[in-house]
Every structure is written in structure tokens, then in C-alpha cells.
Ligand binder design. Structure first.
Ligand SMILES: [Zn+2]
Length: 476
């Protein structure tokens, strides 16, 4: 009995020690955990810009994780519930990821930042643009944006389809305006397939927007319309451009007047993109100029084109683009086209295939680097090419019908006579913009052909016209 008692008492002692130890370990763990995940501080303050708005801030500055969450409250239950549930769900997800993480450390501190921008706040509606930055141990953090639009008068959230008149083809119009506007930005126009896909007429592409006083602003997340490293993009479209598709109540400026002055949008469309003024019924000629650019002579031709509202195509040499990269922008500005004429003008059929292709590819890169423009047409020097080269290069080959041999003749009047006497609807004329005699001739030819009722078009435009008229393309 005694022995047994003794055993029990020893057992009792051990359990007390173990119990105490467990408490100590638990306390230490709890303390460490507190330090690791920190404690949340909540702060609510009045917005200084908007008297009915409160700003809620949740901050936690732990050793291994931190977050800062900001959101507005409007004393409008439906709207506030949505905002709070958005912020809370992002925060809860972040906390869960942190608590399940196995690789936490001080130099890889987890981070969450939710911030917002009051893009628009009027009697009629509000638009809040949330940006969330999350870092959970990967190489890079991720940024995500969400815009909430709420109509105070209808007591409802607004999706894209709620803004527009249902029986109109509003997506097509948004797609058209957005594509042509973003296309003007050289950094965005580089990746044509992405830009086209990201602005195609789908609800998804136009799901992020803010209804503002004078504009409807669209948000495109990184990698929707341009490469990921270029970041998210925006385009604000002036409401007057949307008047035939926007619901009349959202056109009303007085109801939609912002409580503070609406800032000017970063990128905006204020007039409808002009449709090509090509007239398929008008006789058309494609003037083409090879071997340039050459500042003095090329500029003379560009001026004459501008005066006559005409376009032409310049098949440039890579070796010259290197010297005069700025000329390419001048060419493109007037609506002209740039084509590829090899790097330094060899007869490509005499070169090994690899070198022939390199001539074209190097030039293509130089043109892209100088102007952001990617030529679609290639003109082989001396017109000399073969199937292997054409296939490897993968561009449209552009030859000509009218050749005044201006490089040899060097007499303006003879060049003019030759071109004018051979001019006819649908023809492509070959000249060289590096000779003074050719430039002088070109200026006269441009004035004269325009006077005769021709529209001067690029090689791509001529192809387009022929397609519309169902005529075969001139070459290839
Ligand atoms: Zn040439």
C-alpha cells in the first residue's frame, strides 16, 4: 500500500511538472506566435473630402507578416456590406495562407495591402477602385484590382451591361474605340495579337470600369492588352462618344456631378477614331519609295503627301534606319507605311538562305526598335527573291508595275513623264527617295495625280481596296 501510494505521489509530482512545463511552452509559443503574426489595430476616421464617408483602417505589424487594409464606409448598408465582405475575404484568405505557411522568416515577411481610390462620388453613383498587393513568400508580390460601382438612386451595383442600352451592340463599339485608341501608344501596339484579344468585344474584357462625371473609364489588368511588365492600363472614354449606347440616365451630367473636381484621366478618348477615308470607287495608286530614309529628300516627299492628304510606302534599308531612326516616326505620323528592303541591299538569291533571312530579320528589328512599328511587307532588292526566301521571311512580298528607272535617269522631268504616262488605277509605282531628282519628281507627281482624281494609298491600303473590289492582288 505504502509503495503504491508513493508511486502515485511520484506520478502526481511528474504530472504537475509536466503540466507546468506545458504551460511554459504554451506561453512561449503563444508569445512567439503573437510576435510572429502581430496584433491588429483598428482605426475609423472621417474622410476629409467627403462628409458622409468614414475610412476604416486595419493595421497589423507582425514580425513575420504585416497588413494594412483601408476601405471606405458610406452608411449605406448594401454597399458597406459588399465593401466589408470584399476586404474581409481577402484578409481572411491572406491570414489562412500565412497560418498554413511552412517557410516563414523575417526576411520573407508576408504582406497584404488593400488600398482604394475614390474614382467618382456623386449623388447618383459612386466608383471605388481597390488595389490589393499581396506577398506570400514567392519571388514577387502580386497586384490585383477590383472596381465597385454603385447606383445610390436605384440601390444597386452596376455591371457593364447595366450602363448600356441592351439592344445596342455596345461591346463592339467599346472594342473599336479601345483598340484604335490604345493602338496609338507605341509600347502597346507592339504586341498586336494581345492588344486585339484584350480589346475584343467580350463582356469580360470590359468588366472593370468606373462610371464618372464626364467619362466611363475602363481598367485593363496587366497582361490583358499589353505585356505583363507594362503593368495595368486604363482608358477613359468621353461620355459624348457613347451617347448612342449609354443609358440616358447615365448621360445626365448634373446628377452625376462629382463632389470634388474630377481629375483629368491619364489616357482618354475624346473623339471617335476616324474611319479610313478610302473610297473603293475612286481610282487608286500606291507610290513606293525604296532605299531610304534620307532626311532631306524623304521629308520633301512627306510634305507633298501631307498637303495632298495622300499616303505612300517607304521600303527602308536597315543600314540607313540606324543613321536616321527619327525619320521612321515622321513617315508613320502621316499615315504612311514602312516596308522592309533588307539591311544593305544585296541580291538575296545569291546569298545562303540563312544570310538572306538575316538581312530581313535584322532590318525588321531595327525598324521595331526605332518606331515600335512592325512592317508587314518586304521588297527584295532588285526584285530578286525565291520561294525559299519568301517562306522563311514569312512576310508579304511587294513588287511594282511602274518603274521610271529614276536611280539611273536622274532627270526629274523624264521621271515625271514616265510615271504620269504609265499611271493607272490599281498600279504600284517604284521610285527612290534618296535622290534629289527623284524627290523633286515625286512632289510634282503627287500633286498631279491628286489633281487627276487619284487617291494615293499605301501598299496595304491598295491590297485592302482590291479585296473590297474582289480584284486579285497585284503581286504574289
Ligand atoms: Zn532598292
Amino acid at each position: 500500500m505504502r509503495g503504491e501510494l508513493k508511486v502515485v505521489s511520484i506520478k502526481g509530482k511528474w504530472s504537475i511538472i509536466l503540466f507546468a512545463l506545458a504551460i511554459v511552452i504554451g506561453a512561449v509559443a503563444f508569445f512567439q506566435n503573437q510576435q510572429a503574426s502581430g496584433t491588429e489595430k483598428k482605426n475609423v476616421k472621417q474622410d476629409t473630402n467627403y462628409k458622409n464617408v468614414e475610412i476604416v483602417t486595419l493595421v497589423n505589424d507582425g514580425k513575420f507578416m504585416r497588413y494594412a487594409v483601408n476601405y471606405p464606409l458610406f452608411h449605406q448598408k448594401k454597399l458597406d456590406d459588399k465593401i466589408q465582405s470584399y476586404a474581409n475575404s481577402v484578409l481572411e484568405h491572406f491570414k489562412k495562407t500565412f497560418s498554413e505557411a511552412k517557410d516563414i522568416s523575417e526576411n520573407k515577411r508576408y504582406e497584404l495591402n488593400i488600398d482604394y481610390d475614390m474614382v467618382h462620388y456623386a449623388k447618383q453613383s459612386v466608383a471605388i477602385h481597390f488595389t490589393t498587393y499581396t506577398y506570400t513568400g514567392q519571388q514577387k508580390g502580386t497586384t490585383h484590382s477590383v472596381t465597385i460601382n454603385y447606383d445610390f438612386q436605384k440601390n444597386t451595383f452596376l455591371d457593364t451591361e447595366d450602363l448600356f442600352q441592351p439592344k445596342t451592340n455596345y461591346l463592339k463599339k467599346l472594342s473599336y474605340i479601345t483598340y484604335t485608341e490604345l493602338q496609338k501608344d507605341k509600347t502597346l501596339s507592339k504586341d498586336q495579337s494581345l492588344l486585339q484579344k484584350g480589346t475584343a468585344s467580350t463582356t469580360q474584357n470590359f468588366s472593370q470600369f468606373a462610371l464618372k462625371e464626364n467619362y466611363v473609364e475602363f481598367y485593363f489588368p496587366a497582361s490583358q492588352v499589353a505585356a505583363e511588365d507594362l503593368g495595368p492600363q486604363t482608358l477613359a472614354i468621353k461620355k459624348t462618344l457613347l451617347k448612342d449606347i449609354l443609358k440616358p440616365e447615365y448621360m445626365n451630367k448634373t446628377k452625376n456631378q462629382n463632389e470634388i473636381k474630377e481629375p483629368n484621366p491619364k489616357r482618354k478618348a475624346v473623339e471617335l477614331p476616324q474611319k479610313s477615308k478610302l473610297d473603293p470607287n475612286k481610282k487608286s495608286i500606291a507610290l513606293t519609295f525604296d532605299d531610304g530614309p534620307n532626311p532631306e529628300t524623304t521629308s520633301k516627299i512627306l510634305n507633298a503627301l501631307k498637303q495632298n492628304k495622300g499616303h505612300a510606302t517607304f521600303f527602308v534599308l536597315g543600314s540607313r534606319v540606324q543613321y536616321y531612326p527619327g525619320m521612321l516616326t515622321d513617315i508613320l505620323k502621316g499615315g504612311n507605311e514602312i516596308g522592309n528592303h533588307s539591311y544593305n541591299h544585296p541580291l538575296l538569291t545569291r546569298l545562303p538562305l540563312k544570310q538572306a533571312v538575316k538581312q530581313v530579320e535584322d532590318t525588321q528589328q531595327l525598324i521595331e526598335k526605332a518606331s515600335g512599328y512592325t512592317p508587314t511587307h518586304f521588297r527584295p532588292p532588285y526584285g530578286g527573291t525565291n520561294q525559299d526566301i519568301n517562306q522563311a521571311v514569312g512576310m508579304k512580298v511587294s513588287l511594282w508595275d511602274v518603274d521610271p528607272e529614276d536611280w539611273k535617269i536622274r532627270n526629274s522631268q523624264q521621271i515625271i513623264n514616265h510615271v504620269l504616262s504609265h499611271a493607272a488605277d490599281g498600279r504600284t509605282v517604284l521610285m527612290h527617295d534618296i535622290y534629289e531628282s527623284s524627290a523633286r519628281a515625286a512632289v510634282k507627281i503627287i500633286h498631279e495625280l491628286t489633281k487627276q482624281g487619284y487617291q494615293l494609298v499605301t501598299v496595304s491600303e491598295l491590297e485592302q481596296l482590291k479585296k473590297e473590289r474582289n480584284e486579285p492582288a497585284p503581286v504574289q
